[in-house]
Design a binder for this molecule. Sequence first.
Ligand SMILES: [Fe+2]
Length: 253
Amino acid sequence: MEIVDIHSHVLPEVDDGAVSVDETIAMLRIAYDAGTRKIVATPHMFLDLFHNNDFVQVLDRFEQLKSDLESCQDAFPFLQDMHIYSGAENFASQEFLAALEQGCVLTLNGSRYLLVEFPPVLPFRHFLSVIEKVVATGYTPVIAHPERYGAIQKDPLRVEQFEQMGCVIQVNADSVRGGSGSRAKKCSWRLLQAGWVDVIASDGHRLRWRPPNLGGVLGRLEEEFTKDDIAGWLVENPGRILANKRLAAAVTS
Ligand SMILES: [Fe+2]
């Protein structure tokens, strides 16, 4: 199974992800060993903490990383078989909405799919108004880790409204394993069992903080879901996103 990871913080020195190219390579090695062959670098953007709002700057850093990785291929041959793509995790802030209007946002590998994260305690109605704006601009929102938001933990059924608005639902593997607390774990399983999840991604940050080890969740998933379900979440749907194609029919068990 060649896993496709659409959410990671492997772009170094831009947010709370990798702090150096060395750490990026070590993180990519973990991903590779766990079966990942394609990974999208999705640094936080429009989040006050990192002042990372310029998509041209992020793309420049991404191109620099690609060239650094190419020059390391002799020392790390696995890099020849590990493909990295550009993207961003867009924080639903006023700055984001302003950039959205101007078309100054980074989608996943230049596709129609835009990864969006929300403040953890945002009231539900604000989720809907941001999603409406993203959809009206012509992008397909990919909702990053809904299982981590209070409004969704309180009532997971609300995710169905996201789906009806045309969103893609991305759950973190770490939540499924319980690494983000019992509420996120319970919510992620509820979403998986209800068939509302389209993609599982790593949201890998550091070598020792939620590393991008997507294969590590396979055993737990195989206890409850079919191989087709799992391939849909880890390979098929994320692969379609990178190729800018429509997703397959909803993954259900
Ligand atoms: Fe993230």
